[in-house]
Every structure is written in structure tokens, then in C-alpha cells.
Design a protein around this ligand. Structure first.
Ligand code: NAD
Ligand code: ZN
Ligand code: ZN
Length: 368
């Protein structure tokens, strides 16, 4: 079939919206009509050429929400008309990692997905007979996409897809960092560095876990206001003295749980140093620049602090994204606050510009 898609033709150049060919879903695959898709830093990072594993041409986009339009051979867990959220982090339910409750890093299709292919090592996207590689296994800056069924979370159809699609990436990462990775306990004190999509999700996750005190640090007052809306009890503008100020706020000890959601290794260090001696747990979610190192004075660890990393918030997508969507529908998670701009596919480059200006949290592309 012919589809319209935003193509990264060349690093550092605007995306080009044009017509491509999309082949039918193969065995284990599903054709999804994309209804909404968030524009995320990872798309921009790849478009800029800064990502060493990036490739072009490709169709970017990974925060998709859509409707199942056709099923490949052997797909039995999804039906035509199902509403789905796309997962760059799939869940096969069979590999050694999926069978463990200690990680969400499914091993089933990693290698081919990283190269830009579907699990059988080929692409469904093409133009003039030339294959075009998929991005993050999703390629949702497009009217339609073909994805493996293990990378689709079936959600409640009552959830508007323009909101549900935000559970495809940063929001679930933040929620999951608090709920799955840190397993924040009720009554605890938490600190979240960064109030972008991930940090705000972590604030919401701490609140849902019953944290008593949630301190959020960011550089932007607007974002700190959003953090209050998600449940932050204290907010502060982050700087080189953030640790001292957090210690002052916490009787000199630091917080039970700290979260880093900035991508800065200097802030990661602050997050480690703001964790309480004895049992403080620092969860790192930010993606640092290539070659950057996290400096930690070992004494901080010997005296009982721990550091954990969290990819996609430890969320097993097919199981947990639908649960998050239910909590959103029940009024427990305010997703609308993150949905700053509604744009069309043709405006995708404006979505990047809004993000670079930190204008709002998410622009969402709506497909009519
Ligand atoms: N682990 C994962 O699976 C995963 C998933 C999505 C995104 N990420 C990463 O998480 C990070 C956050 O993503 P995002 O979309 O929320 O980004 P974002 O850029 O929207 O937010 C980062 C925030 O950090 C703030 N910040 C910068 N320096 C600070 C400082 N010194 N003190 C306090 N705040 C400071 C900025 O003001 C900004 O609001 C990025 O590095 C992103 O690549 C990781
Ligand atoms: Zn993303
Ligand atoms: Zn798996």
C-alpha cells in the first residue's frame, strides 16, 4: 500500500513528508493505522546525526497509538480494530529476560530492530523497490506501520489515542522508574532531577506509590509548575548547589529515593549524592552523551547508597502499559497536562522546533 510518512533523508536536514510503499504484515506481524504519535527527543537526536547508531533514510517516530488494521499469519493475541500503543521495548513473554521479573529487556528481536529491520531481517518500508529501514522497530511518523505483535500493547479503546500514545516512551519510563525500579515505599521522601516527560512521570509515579514528600528540581519555572501539578510537594531551580539544598530540606541526610531524568552526568552525580546514607537509592534514567562518564566517590556507596539504571522504567510493555492506561482513565494520572501542542504530520519539523525551545512537554501528531 501507499502511505505518507516523514522520512529522515539526511542527518541534520528537516524531515521530508512523502509517499512510500508499505508491504503487508508477514508472519507474527501486524498492520497498524497510526492515529497519534508523540514527538520525542530521541527522534530529534537521531535526526541530528548525533546518535552513533543512527541510519538514514528511515522513518522516525516511536510514540505511536493506533488501530489494528490487518494481521499477519499466526497472530492470535490481537484482533482487527484493537487499539494499541507501540513499544520500542517489546515483550515476547518467552525469552529468559521476559520470564524473569527482574528486567524488561526482552531479547527476542533486539539485534534486527537495532539494524532497522523487522525480526526476519527485512524491511516492509520501501520506495521504488529500494528498502527503507524502520526506526526503533516502530516508524510511527507515518499513516500506517507494520510491527511485530510482541511490540504492541493492547489498550482500553475508551482511552483517546492522542493521550495514550504518550505511554509509549517517556511517561512510562518515569512512572516505571518509581514504581518498578525504585519500588518507592509509601511515606518516603523522593527527589526528582529534571521535569521533562520522564521526570514528570517519575514525580507522578512517586505520588502513586504514596510518597510523602516529592522534591523536584529543574531549570524552568514553567516545568516546576507542571511538577507541582503531578504531585511535587517542593520545587527548586537546579544548580551546582542542588545537593546542599536537598540535604537542608531532608534533615541533613538526603532522600530515600532520588531520580535523575536530565541526561547530564553532573546531575546524575548530584542524584547519587542526594540519596540518603544507609539505604538511599538513586535511579538513573537519562541518556548521557557518547563517551561521558558518571563520577561517584566510592564512599557514597560504602555508606549504603545504591545506584540503579532504568530502561523504559523497567516496564514490561504488553502487561503494564495497558495498566497505566487504566490508571489514566481512572483519573490517577493526568496525561492531558503533557499534551502541549496538536500538530499534523506535515508540521513534524515544527514539532522538533517546539521541543528545542522547550515549548511545552509534548507535541502530538494527529492523523486524520
Ligand atoms: N531510560 C529510558 O528508557 C529513557 C526513555 C526516554 C528518555 N530517556 C532520557 O531521559 C532524559 C530525560 O528525557 P525528557 O524527555 O524528560 O527530557 P527533557 O529534555 O524534556 O527534560 C530534561 C529536563 O532536565 C532539566 N535539567 C537540565 N539540567 C538540570 C539541572 N542541572 N538540574 C535540574 N534539572 C535540569 C531541563 O530543564 C529539562 O526540563 C533524557 O536524557 C532522555 O534521553 C530515557
Ligand atoms: Zn521517546
Ligand atoms: Zn522476551
Amino acid at each position: 500500500m501507499k502511505i505518507r510518512a516523514a522520512v529522515l533523508e539526511e542527518f541534520g536536514a528537516p524531515l521530508v513528508v512523502r509517499e512510500l510503499d508499505l508491504a503487508e504484515p508477514g508472519p507474527g506481524e501486524v498492520l497498524v493505522r497510526v492515529v497519534a504519535c508523540g514527538v520525542c527527543h530521541t527522534d530529534l537526536y537521531t535526526a541530528s546525526g548525533a546518535d552513533p547508531s543512527g541510519y538514514a533514510p528511515t522513518v522516525l517516530g516511536h510514540e505511536g497509538g493506533g488501530v489494528v488494521e490487518a494481521l499477519g499469519e499466526g497472530v492470535s493475541d490481537l484482533a482487527l480494530g484493537d487499539h494499541v500503543v507501540t513499544l520500542f521495548s517489546p515483550q515476547c513473554r518467552e525469552c529468559i529476560h521476559c520470564l524473569s521479573d527482574r528486567t524488561n529487556l526482552c531479547l527476542a528481536i533486539r539485534e534486527q530492530q537495532g539494524k532497522g529491520f523487522l525480526p526476519d531481517g527485512t524491511a516492509r518500508l520501501s520506495r521504488g523497490g529500494e528498502p527503507i529501514r524502520h526506526f526503533m522497530g516502530t516508524s510511527t511518523f507515518a499513516e500506517y506501520t507494520v510491527m511485530p505483535s510482541i511490540a504492541l500493547a493492547k489498550i482500553n479503546p475508551e482511552a483517546p489515542l492522542e493521550a495514550a500514545c504518550l505511554f509509549a516512551c517517556g511517561l512510562s519510563t518515569g512512572l516505571g522508574a518509581a514504581i518498578n525500579t525504585a519500588k518507592v515505599e509509601a511515606g518516603s521522601t523522593c527527589v526528582v532531577f529534571g521535569a521533562g516527560m520522564v521526570g514528570l512521570g517519575a514525580v507522578a509515579g512517586c505520588r502513586l506509590q504514596g510518597a510523602e514528600r516529592i522534591v523536584c528540581a529543574d531549570l524552568s519555572q514553567d516545568r516546576l509548575e507542571l511538577a507541582r501539578g503531578q504531585g511535587a510537594t517542593d520545587v527548586m531551580v537546579g544548580d551546582e548547589h542542588s545537593v546542599e539544598r536537598i540535604l537542608e530540606l531532608t534533615d541533613g541526610f538526603g532522600a530515600d529515593y532520588t531520580f535523575e531524568a536530565t541526561g547530564s552526568v553532573a546531575v546524575m552525580r548530584q542524584a547519587v549524592e542526594s540519596a540518603r546514607m544507609g539505604w538511599g537509592l538513586c535511579t538513573v534514567t537519562g541518556v548521557a552523551g557518547k563517551g561521558e562518564m558518571l563520577n561517584v566517590v566510592p564512599r557514597f556507596l560504602i555508606t549504603g547508597r545504591r545506584v540503579a539504571g532504568s530502561s523504559f522504567g523497567g516496564v514490561k510493555g504488553r502487561d503494564q502499559v495497558p495498566q497505566f492506561v487504566e490508571r489514566y482513565l481512572a483519573g490517577e494520572i493526568d496525561v492531558e497536562a503533557f499534551l502541549s501542542h496538536r500538530i499534523t504530520l506535515d508540521q513534524v519539523n515544527e514539532g522538533f522546533e517546539l521541543m528545542e525551545r522547550q515549548d511545552g512537554i509534548r507535541s502530538v501528531i494527529g492523523f486524520s
